[in-house]
Design a protein around this ligand. Sequence first.
Ligand SMILES: Cc1cc2nc3c(=O)[nH]c(=O)nc-3n(C[C@H](O)[C@H](O)[C@H](O)COP(=O)(O)OP(=O)(O)OC[C@H]3O[C@@H](n4cnc5c(N)ncnc54)[C@H](O)[C@@H]3O)c2cc1C
Length: 388
Amino acid sequence: MRTQVCIIGGGPSGLLLGHLLHLAGLDTLILERQSRAYVLSRIRAGVLEQGAVETLARAGAATRLEAQGFRHAGIELAAQNRSFRVDFRDLIDRDVVVYGQTEVTTDLYDARDRSGAPVLHGVEDVTLHDIDTDCPHVAFRHDGAHRSVACDWIVGADGFHGPSRQAIPRSVLRTYERIYPFGWLGVLSETPPAGPELIYANHPRGFALCSMRNEGLSRYYIQTAADEDPEAWTDEAFWDELRRRIPEPVAETMQIGPSIEKSVAPLRSFVAEPMRWGRLCLVGDAAHIVPPTGAKGLNLAVGDVHYLEEALRRAYDGDPSGVDGYSDRALARVWQATRFSWWLTMTLHRFPGASDFDQRMQEADLAYLETSRTAQRALAENYVGLPY
Ligand SMILES: Cc1cc2nc3c(=O)[nH]c(=O)nc-3n(C[C@H](O)[C@H](O)[C@H](O)COP(=O)(O)OP(=O)(O)OC[C@H]3O[C@@H](n4cnc5c(N)ncnc54)[C@H](O)[C@@H]3O)c2cc1C
């Protein structure tokens, strides 16, 4: 087998890059370990930056998003039983779109289907070879048979646990990591959202977030231990704990109902450098992870795709400078989003051993944010996404 760009991973970054390259006239093959149904059932991100929406539109995969996504012009921040709004539109004249990652992935699979370009599901034992030569190849098993695909470029879009990053020699790869001592217990429920926009709450008992997917589907989170067993939480216990942590007017009026999904996500910041080695380029979670506090994971993946698609297109036009500069260009934006996600996480969560003083410092930080337009503007710029 031969293709121009072999993409390992059929999550949002692999699918989006594959489709943009296809539109640019390049041959791509996507190798995905899981079934399509499995990939489409993963409930993850829900907030899209404007740049991500524009990139999806460029791929022709934003028709449903534009019709069904919810434009949010701000967020609510809560502490000490009250909240205030950061108005993105007023501050910087931009907004974000609430549209679930499962929907984004569905739209990208539909676009890929329409193009007729291949995705192989259920591949096993993917290994990368000769990355530091001009003739790399990827070996794998599919339908019980050993196969190999020769290509010009390999793209590692295989998430945090995939094999691509590991293929970069230890002498080259540098990693930076912070593991936070807590996780988020998330519940999905078929109830109207607690408010028109996301509510991020700081509370001495721990962080809480009221989020949503659409008018009839809400996503709520509370900070718990990273190894919390979600099944140990009855719906009643979850709603009680959530309502203790958010301002009373919201807690008293919000509608609750049975959970239709419950899971715990650990929180971590992680960056791998470089994002390109030889003929291998990394995109998305394969290269970096952020805690979900700043809603940046999926958006960063789309940013990487934006840079890499342009770089590969130029490389096929005879200009290798884009690929040569890809890692530095992508990492500059990655580090900014990593800093923002880290800051918001530090400001909103209760850390083990935190004192009353620490709590007051967080509350002072939020009080300053409430009164300072300059501070709000900095938050707004980062939340809606720094320019590509
Ligand atoms: C539980 C959870 C909750 C999250 N919540 C949020 C949120 O609220 N907001 C936010 O912005 N971000 C969130 N994220 C992050 C966001 O979902 C990711 O940043 C986004 O999915 C990155 O897309 P990706 O395509 O790079 O990686 P993934 O979505 O991880 O896709 C990688 C793909 O590679 C495949 N793969 C892995 N190994 C192999 C292999 N050996 N061979 C072939 N294929 C392989 C995987 O099956 C997967 O389909 C969350 C992540 C998790 C895990």
